[in-house]
Design a protein around this ligand. Sequence first.
Ligand SMILES: NC(=O)c1ccc[n+]([C@@H]2O[C@H](COP(=O)([O-])OP(=O)(O)OC[C@H]3O[C@@H](n4cnc5c(N)ncnc54)[C@H](O)[C@@H]3O)[C@@H](O)[C@H]2O)c1
Length: 353
Amino acid sequence: MTVSDAGVADATAHAPIEGALVGFGGVAEHGHVPGFRRHRGFVIRSVAEPDAARRDRAREVLGPEVRVYPSLDALLRSESPHFVDVAAPPCTHAEAVASAIVARNHVLVEKPLATNLADAERLLAAAQRAGVALVTAHNWHYAPAFRAARRAVASGPIGTPRRIEFVTERHEPAGGPGSWRLDAAVAGGGILVDHGWHQLYLAFSLLGAGPPRSVRARIAKRRFRNASAEDTAEALVHFGNGAEARLRLTWAAEERRTSLRLEGESGSLRVDGGRVLVRVGSGAESDWPVDPDEKDDSWHAAWFPPLLDLFAAAIAAPSTAAPNRQEARACQSVIDAAYRSAARGGEPVVIGG
Ligand SMILES: NC(=O)c1ccc[n+]([C@@H]2O[C@H](COP(=O)([O-])OP(=O)(O)OC[C@H]3O[C@@H](n4cnc5c(N)ncnc54)[C@H](O)[C@@H]3O)[C@@H](O)[C@H]2O)c1
């Protein structure tokens, strides 16, 4: 599974593609809308949002001409958007994506694609049958540090990647202690879904090891003990070629940190915050060049336009997004299997089995 750094240069050469936003919360306002504005190949004409205050906010941000509805069903009764961008909480994704596909809309959906593998597979198959694009927002691919890490791996100094260890530490979930992210019924799980999904597709593309085969996982409630979802998770994923990925995630840390260590056959690589450090053999670590990033908040507006390049390419030719679809399916497969493993005390579970 690979991801291209190449943009679709002519995405903005035509009239913007008109679409609808489903959910006007944090990521829609602070990530997607600024991203659509920078990209200019897309324009939001309508919004489906159940919360009246958030509908008012959508009008303030997008302008009084934007048409707002309390639900996607109501929107689709009056509008014929060319695409739908689903940015509502995870438990709503499967139904919203399915409705958009039935209406023959192209779909961009925030991660997770769905909250279980059966739904994810149903959506992927439905999009394929309908001939519409279905792209899951794997926006961390476009973070400057991860782009640089991919370039470093591709240019060869560390050799074939064998092992990755990925750490995501936060003090609390985005949205704070009252967030839906701690409600398993809304979020489809806890931190393993919320951040683990990002760790997984990044691990797949950096390791280039093919489909994941088995996983062992443990989950815990360290800070938010009364929540229905875990705030801490650890998973060890094995791939067919012997490579492995260890994921460590917590919302019970003292400070915010995202770090990764990748070992190859002839060297290693570290991503620490915005830096990428490469070591060849037993030599000293040296900085690999990383493009400047904007502030690292939870919304990552700067990483959204290149994702929109992929979406534009997938609208022109849905097969362009095949690697994204494989990644989404694999993320969901690992997460489902990881929760089964955690429920059995960390026993290995065959992925997809
Ligand atoms: N890729 C990333 O970096 C990133 C970052 C943040 C959030 N996200 C994802 O984006 C999604 C939204 O997260 P958020 O932080 O914006 O949440 P949020 O709670 O800030 O906003 C969600 C919005 O959706 C609305 N909503 C709820 N049910 C709905 C429905 N049935 N139809 C339409 N709207 C509905 C809510 O009223 C709210 O306004 C989640 O899937 C999350 O995982 C991704």
